[in-house]
Write a protein that binds this ligand. Structure first.
Ligand SMILES: [Zn+2]
Length: 406
């Protein structure tokens, strides 16, 4: 987004600040950055995930605006050598409408003065929530507890289109953005949420080494300097960013991200492939979520059928203590309300909570089979059993469930 930058001047710093916030809200900017340079001060807005420079003004005016912001955010104006944060609640007029704005201000000492970053929060969350995404009640409970941790790493895996990012955003939405500094780093940004700081990766001609590329590793290092509470990273693909994420999770941050793997247990092997030491994986990884999108049967024309447990593959049969089960399948004739037997979409999930036993297994470099055996003793529900459960609950076609190669 290219916007003509304007050189400006002001007499009353309060009036200038009000105007700045007004323009930011009008343009739906998520952040205002006021950055002192050697000779002038740059004002940037983050618009739809991208930073644009809007104004510059002479450095002589910087102290005025810095004091104004700090006084209004109830920060200590005499302290200029340490990071500080504060909040401003204010009412502004935007095109004749009164809007309440919640500003979260942070300052960072630099060679030329303090960098001021102001997060602009204008509306309440109307966003995705965990309850409405189609997870089983057990998965909902685990996802909510995974959302509430105050450090460590949560990883979501699954195929393309399995809704991984949607799950992460629903988990982020469990937090009050005025209490937590939430940053996302994605390529591209999937949901634009004005109360998060969203940073979009930019790889020039697909070349991460290009001097103009903005990579995950670079973004992560910058985010860590901005005092985040929660960092959401689009996808961990390389050793560098995965290691940085694990270290951040180990030092008091919540890091959430997606990673490529077809199973929750496979995530551990995937991270090991990056040559990351087991102690770092074990001490940072807290939850692994694997998910798969499936079609839900039409409730009006579903077929009920009885199936002999002996006819089921052994991995299902061994969990069923009966000779027969009642399951559902689709009606080849459909009905008027569905047109193709399917009515909705739902998610299959398998989740691993890294408790003391799993922690030790990761630390000891245990193989996937050993980890799976230990999980199974804990009434763990892998994806294929979640599918069977959904076929028993009519939410899924039994033939589709058995066809899944999970
Ligand atoms: Zn139907």
């Amino acid at each position: 987004m290219s916007i003509e930058k304007q050189e400006i001047n002001f007499e009353d710093p309060n009036e200038f600040f009000d105007r700045l916030v007004q323009v930011a809200v009008f343009k739906e900017a998520s952040d205002i950055h006021i950055l002192p340079g050697k000779e002038s001060v740059t004002v940037q807005f983050r618009l739809y995930g991208e930073l644009s420079t809007l104004y510059t003004f002479p450095i002589e005016l910087f102290q005025k605006i810095n004091n104004t912001v700090k006084i209004r955010a109830l920060m200590d104006i005499s302290e200029q050598n340490h990071v500080q944060d504060g909040k401003i609640f204010m009412q502004i007029d935007v095109e004749g409408n009164t809007v309440w704005v919640n500003l979260r201000v942070s300052t960072l000492p630099t060679l030329n003065g303090e960098n001021i970053v102001i997060r602009v929060l204008t509306t309440s969350s109307k966003f995705l929530d965990i309850d409405s995404l189609g997870f089983s009640s057990q998965a909902q409970k685990l996802l909510k507890s995974a959302s509430q941790i105050s450090e460590w790493l949560v990883l979501v895996c699954g195929g393309t289109g399995s809704g991984k990012t949607t799950t992460l955003y629903a988990m982020l939405n469990e937090h009050d953005p005025s209490e937590k500094a939430i940053f996302t780093l994605e390529n591209p940004v999937e949901y634009v949420v004005s109360w998060y700081v969203q940073s979009q990766i930019h790889i020039v001609w697909g070349d991460a080494e290009d001097a103009n590329s903005y990579t995950f590793s670079e973004g992560l290092i910058w985010i860590l300097r901005q005092d985040p509470d929660i960092i959401m990273i689009g996808e961990m693909r390389r050793k560098e960013e995965t290691e940085t994420c694990l270290e951040a999770a180990n030092t008091g941050h919540v890091v959430m991200g997606t990673i490529h793997s077809n199973s929750a247990i496979g995530v551990i092997a995937r991270i090991r492939q990056f040559d990351i030491p087991s102690y770092l994986i074990a001490s940072s990884l807290k939850y692994i979520i694997c998910q798969k999108m499936v079609k839900v049967l039409c409730p009006h024309c579903k077929n009920k059928m009885t199936m002999k447990v002996a006819d089921l593959p052994e991995k299902y049969a061994r969990h069923i203590n009966a000779e027969e089960i009642e399951v559902y399948s689709h009606n080849p004739k459909w009905c008027d309300s569905c047109n193709d037997w399917f009515s909705d979409r739902s998610v299959l999930t398998e989740m691993i909570k890294v408790d003391d036993d799993i922690y030790r297994l990761i630390l000891d470099n245990a193989g996937e089979d050993e980890i799976r055996r230990t999980l199974m003793k804990k009434w763990w529900i892998p994806l294929y059993l979640d599918a069977l459960k959904k076929a028993i609950d009519w939410k899924m076609d039994i033939h589709e469930a058995l066809k899944l190669d999970l």
